[in-house]
Design a protein around this ligand. Structure first.
Ligand code: KIV
Ligand code: ZN
Length: 401
């Protein structure tokens, strides 16, 4: 598909709002501002900086980000209440471009047990609150728990929001309940029945990962016409988290043949964004996490290592440098082969004759059986002992246990 035909998908990053709602995370304003600058370097389209009415610290963080961070739209969350909306606007006022994000649930369970409101009261509150916010700035409306709501009512609430000025309609899978097929169907309906004829209205996704489907659901939604995706770096967020911003970016990039959309991000900033968020939140990144885990571009088995040494693309679908990694890594372990072992020795500047190479290789396997991954330091110890001709290698494996 020609680049000019491609529509733009906006990346709305909510690391600093929904991401921060993950149990145990509390980011002070300094940390939020630091992360927001990194998100701007990453080139996300929208930064949801916080929920100003929720605490003085969050108000200050949103206000400072609005004043100091340039490039992305700065968004703030608000319930459908006057106080929330006015506080959000006070915090956002210094921003070059701002957005108030109003949420009000549409599912029977939320309306009955949480809000204690009838559907008619919800529609009235949507109109009142979105209308008020639209007098200040751009407005996004989210029918919270949309995927457990009556689709007719979701459409009615979204239409009501658009009628009074909302230009982004976000469809939250608040509890991570949807499957890709169902979510795409709902998005398709909203695109057809709410956006139709409104060039200025964007339909957005917001998925949670309770069933591990957040990224899949978001992608299905893009396929169905959504043009904004909400996510958080490293997938942090309430419970099992949000759609992972870096995964959605790379899925849309790597499989642009399937999705045919454009993004405005600088993917080389992904790894630094992940590292910073992990460090400031204290949430580690799992080793095998897609795109940013330490094993995302690491190869241990001999067959894969051999392939990657001949041509990286045999076992990699992304260039590690395209997401900010230094490069692929070949890890020495029990599954590693001779080609990768030789490569590791070359990298360490070690040359061994055939006999010594064989000895060192079999010692490496013995050590790997005990320690899993064999570090460069361990490799050098093995080499030293082989070169020194010491036949007391038996001790090596024991010492690494
Ligand atoms: O998950 C959710 O429904 C939310 C809303 C506030 C958009 O985070
Ligand atoms: Zn959420």
């Amino acid at each position: 598909m020609d680049n000019q035909e491609r529509e733009r998908v906006q990346i709305f990053d909510t690391t600093l709002r929904d991401g921060e709602q993950a149990p145990g995370i509390a980011l002070d304003p300094d940390k939020k501002v630091e992360i927001a600058h990194q998100l701007a370097r990453l080139g996300v389209d929208v930064i949801e900086a916080g929920f100003p009415v929720s605490s003085p610290g969050d108000f200050e963080a949103v206000r400072r980000i609005a004043a100091e961070v340039h490039g992305p739209v700065i968004a703030a969350l608000a319930r459908a209440e006057e106080d929330d909306i006015d506080r959000a606007w006070q915090a956002l006022a210094p921003a070059e471009r701002s957005r108030i994000h109003i949420f009000l649930a549409t599912s029977p369970i939320h309306m009955e047990h949480k809000l204690r409101m009838s559907p008619e009261e919800v529609l009235t509150a949507v109109k009142r609150s979105v209308g008020r916010a639209a007098e200040y700035t751009a407005v996004e409306y989210s029918p919270e728990d949309a995927t457990r709501s009556d689709p007719d009512f979701v459409v009615a609430a979204c239409r009501a929001a658009v009628d009074v000025g909302a230009t982004t309609i976000n469809i939250p899978d608040t509890v991570g309940y949807a499957t890709p097929f169902e979510y795409a169907k709902l998005i398709e309906r909203v695109v057809t029945e709410v956006k139709e004829g409104r060039e200025d209205v964007v339909i957005s996704t917001h998925c949670h990962n309770d069933l591990g489907l957040a990224v899949a659901n978001s992608l299905a939604a893009v396929h169905a016409g959504a043009r904004q995706v909400e996510g958080a770096i490293n997938g942090i967020g309430e419970r099992a988290g949000n759609t992972s911003t870096e995964e959605i970016i790379m899925a849309l990039k790597v499989r642009s043949d399937v999705f045919g959309v454009e993004l405005g991000v600088t993917t080389e900033e992904i790894y630094e964004s992940s590292r910073l968020v992990s460090e400031r939140t204290g949430y580690p990144v799992q080793f095998n996490k897609a795109v940013v885990g330490r094993n995302a571009f690491a190869h241990e088995s001999g067959i894969h290592q051999h392939g990657v040494l001949r041509r990286r693309e045999t076992y990699e679908i992304m260039d590690p440098t395209s997401v900010g990694f230094a490069g692929s890594s070949l890890v020495m372990g029990k599954h590693s082969g001779r080609a990768a072992f030789r490569h590791a020795l070359d990298r360490l500047g070690v040359e061994l004759g055939n006999g010594a190479f064989d000895k060192a290789f079999s010692r490496m396997k013995q050590v790997a059986d005990h320690s899993g991954e064999v570090s460069d330091a361990q490799l050098m110890t093995i080499v030293d002992e082989v070169v020194a001709g010491t036949e007391i290698l038996q001790g090596v494996a024991d010492s690494f246990r």
